[in-house]
Ligand binder design. Sequence first.
Ligand SMILES: NCc1[nH]cc(CCC(=O)O)c1CC(=O)O
Length: 315
Amino acid sequence: MRTIIVGTRQSALALTQTGQAVELLKQLAEKHGIACQFEIKKIVTKGDRILDVTLSKVGGKGLFVKEIEQALTDGEIDIAVHSMKDMPFELPEGLVIGAIPEREDPRDALITRGAKSLDDLPQGALVGTSSLRRSSQLQHVRPDLRIESLRGNIDSRLRKLDEENFDAILLAAAGLHRIGWRDRITAYLPPEQCLPAVGQGALCIECRGSDDFVLDLLGKFQHEPTALAVRAERAFLGRLNGGCQVPLGAYASVSAAGGEAEAPELTLTGMVGSPDGAVMLKETASGSDPEALGRLVADKLIAQGAERILNEART
Ligand SMILES: NCc1[nH]cc(CCC(=O)O)c1CC(=O)O
């Protein structure tokens, strides 16, 4: 009987989503007659240790995944459950994405102290977010809003909304749904208004490329429409050399294919904006090859000066 050791961060969200993924993996293993058991191992990452600095200033990609990937490479763990949006474009040598399960809600959620919606926030209201992507899109439609950095796990960010002087904060709906805090959400921001981060709402189950036993099991966990959408979004990310610390967003959806033989059609929208929202570039395109589509949308934005905007935001 193989024991599969599953690595996770120790935040409430990480523990919850890892627990949920392991439950589903157990069911799949049983259904397919794969003999295995699971053990969960908690790992502290750099992103968890440095909580007092804005993410874009901590620097380095993959703040939440590096130590976990090292544990995978060293054989201390066999699979890792990550939020897809925390995954850098490139994986270390020897590691692969073993499965992309079905996506949760990809949208950003507004959580206010009183106001009923984004439009209902008073002039000059104080909004907490450390995401340049969120502040850019928010200030694009509401230049009057004041944005202040807000870091920490979901639980501590919600506490800061209550205790500090924020009128509202923005969080990913998926995280709130997963930890059972749906009722804290005031409003969902549609992708047309606030394009999510690449991979937002999806999970990434990472493993060693050489571990056939685990790869076989994880293959049964893959949700093809989600995987196609995420591949397109990540190809967009890769072309722009982006990470979660730059004002860049993308969202792909899969429309039902005409027939069994037809490849599903994907529609991808990508955005790059200046952190103050004054410049907002957005492009949409459709296609059936996810990587080609991601690169196409990125190239359309590059033609409009996206790389200059990203470089300015990086410095
Ligand atoms: N950068 C932190 C992070 N990474 C993943 C999620 C949860 C949402 C998801 O799984 O996409 C969050 C919190 C947030 O943005 O509110």
